[in-house]
Ligand binder design. Structure first.
Ligand code: ACO
Length: 315
C-alpha cells in the first residue's frame, strides 16, 4: 500500500437526462410490468435525455456543477478525463469538448473506455497522474447516454438503462486524503456476454443477463476483500461502499456475502437505472457532506469486456 493518498475529491456534481421514465411509462410501450421490473431489478424509474441533451451536454453540466462545488475555475484544471462508451462521434473526444466548454483549453483531455467500470478505471489513472506530478487538478467525468446504444423495443435490456453523468474534481492535496489503492481487471474471453455497437450502429446492446448477474455478485465482494486485506483495514473502517448500479438484487446479494450493513452501501438504481460509467460518480453528491475524515470509501465498477475495477479512497 502507498500510505500517501492522491486525488482528494474537492467537488462533485451530476446531471441526469431530463425525461423521467417510470416503469408504468414502459408498460405502455413494451410487454412488461412495473411488478416484473421492480422485483427483478429494484428499478422504479430512469432518466432519458430530452430535447437538446446528449452525452456531451450531460458531461458538461455535471462538470460545471463539480467545479462550482469545488470552488475551482475551469482554467485551473490541467487534465480532463471522461470515462464513456457512448461518445456521439469517434472524434472529437467528449473530454476535449468538455474542456472547451469549461474553459480548460490547451491542457490534456482524453476519453477512456472500460464500459461500466470506466469511472473506477479513470480514478486509478487520475490518481496515478497526480502522484507522478503530471497533473495537479483533474476533472474526472463518468458519462453515458445508454439510450443511444440500447434497443428501446427490447424488453430484456431497455428497462435497465438510463442516461446520466457524474463528475469529480480531484486535487493532489497533502496526501492525507485521496485514493490509496486500486484493482484493475479485464477478461476478453467473456466479451460475448455483453456487446454493443457505437451510437448509430445497428448493433444494439445484447447481454446474457444471467451470466452477467452471476459474475457481478461475485466480483463485488472479491474486489472489496482484496482491497481490505492488502491494505490491512477492516470493513468497519469503510464508511461507504459505492458499487456500480446495475441491479439492486446484484448489490444486495454482494453485500450479504460481504456482511456489510446495507445503510453503508449506496443504492440509487431505483431512481436512475443503470447509467454505466456514470453510476459511481452520480452517487457522490448524496454522501459528500456525510463523509468522515479518516474513514474509507470503496468504489467497485464492473461491466462489458468483461471489465472490473475498484478503488480504495481515504476520506
Ligand atoms: N418484462 C417482463 N418479462 C421479461 C422482461 C421484462 N422487461 N425481460 C425478460 N422477461 C422474461 C423473459 O422473457 C423470461 O421469460 P421466459 O421464462 O418465459 O423465457 C423471464 O422474464 C426471465 O428472464 P431472465 O432473463 O431469465 O430474467 P432474470 O431473472 O435473469 O432477470 C435481468 C433479467 C434483470 C436482466 C438480470 O439477469 C440482470 O440484472 N442481469 C445483470 C445484467 C446487468 O447488470 N448488466 C449490465 C452490467 S454491465 C453494464 O452495466 C453495461
Amino acid at each position: 500500500m502507498n500510505p500517501l493518498a492522491a486525488g482528494r475529491i474537492a467537488g462533485v456534481g451530476r446531471a441526469l437526462g431530463s425525461r423521467v421514465v417510470t416503469n408504468r411509462d414502459l408498460e405502455l410501450l413494451l410487454d412488461t410490468s412495473d411488478e416484473w421490473i421492480s422485483s427483478r431489478t429494484g428499478i422504479r424509474e430512469r432518466r432519458f435525455v430530452g430535447e437538446g441533451e446528449d452525452c456531451v451536454s450531460l458531461a458538461v453540466d455535471a462538470s460545471r456543477r463539480a467545479l462550482s462545488h469545488a470552488g475551482v475555475e475551469g482554467g485551473d484544471v490541467d487534465l480532463v478525463v471522461c470515462a464513456t462508451s457512448t461518445a456521439p462521434e469517434a472524434v472529437p473526444s467528449v473530454a476535449s469538448q468538455v474542456g472547451e466548454a469549461i474553459g480548460a483549453c490547451g491542457v490534456g483531455a482524453m476519453d477512456l473506455g472500460a464500459a461500466c467500470a470506466g469511472f473506477a478505471y479513470g480514478a486509478a489513472v487520475a490518481a496515478s497522474m497526480l502522484r507522478s506530478g503530471l497533473a495537479t487538478t483533474i476533472l474526472l467525468v463518468g458519462v453515458d447516454e445508454l439510450t443511444s446504444i440500447v434497443d428501446l423495443e427490447d424488453r430484456a435490456t431497455s428497462i435497465l438503462f438510463g442516461d446520466g453523468a457524474g463528475a469529480v474534481v480531484l486535487e493532489q492535496g497533502d496526501g492525507s486524503s485521496g485514493f490509496v489503492d486500486h484493482v484493475l481487471g479485464a477478461d476478453g474471453r467473456f466479451a460475448p456476454l455483453l456487446r454493443a455497437g457505437h451510437p448509430g450502429s445497428p448493433q444494439k446492446l445484447r447481454q446474457n443477463g444471467r451470466e452477467v448477474f452471476r459474475f457481478a455478485t461475485k466480483i463485488i465482494p472479491d474486489l472489496v476483500e482484496k482491497l481490505l486485506v492488502r491494505n490491512g483495514i477492516s470493513l468497519d473502517q469503510v464508511q461507504y461502499l459505492i458499487p456500480h448500479q446495475a441491479n439492486a438484487r446484484i448489490i444486495q446479494a454482494a453485500v450479504r456475502r460481504l456482511g456489510m450493513p446495507e445503510e453503508r452501501v449506496v443504492i440509487n438504481v431505483d431512481r436512475y437505472g443503470n447509467t454505466s460509467a456514470a453510476s459511481i460518480p452520480i452517487s457522490y453528491p448524496d454522501i459528500y457532506d456525510e463523509m468522515e475524515p479518516g474513514r474509507y470509501i470503496i468504489t467497485v465498477g464492473f461491466g462489458g469486456g468483461l471489465t472490473w475495477a475498484a478503488n480504495l479512497y481515504r476520506i
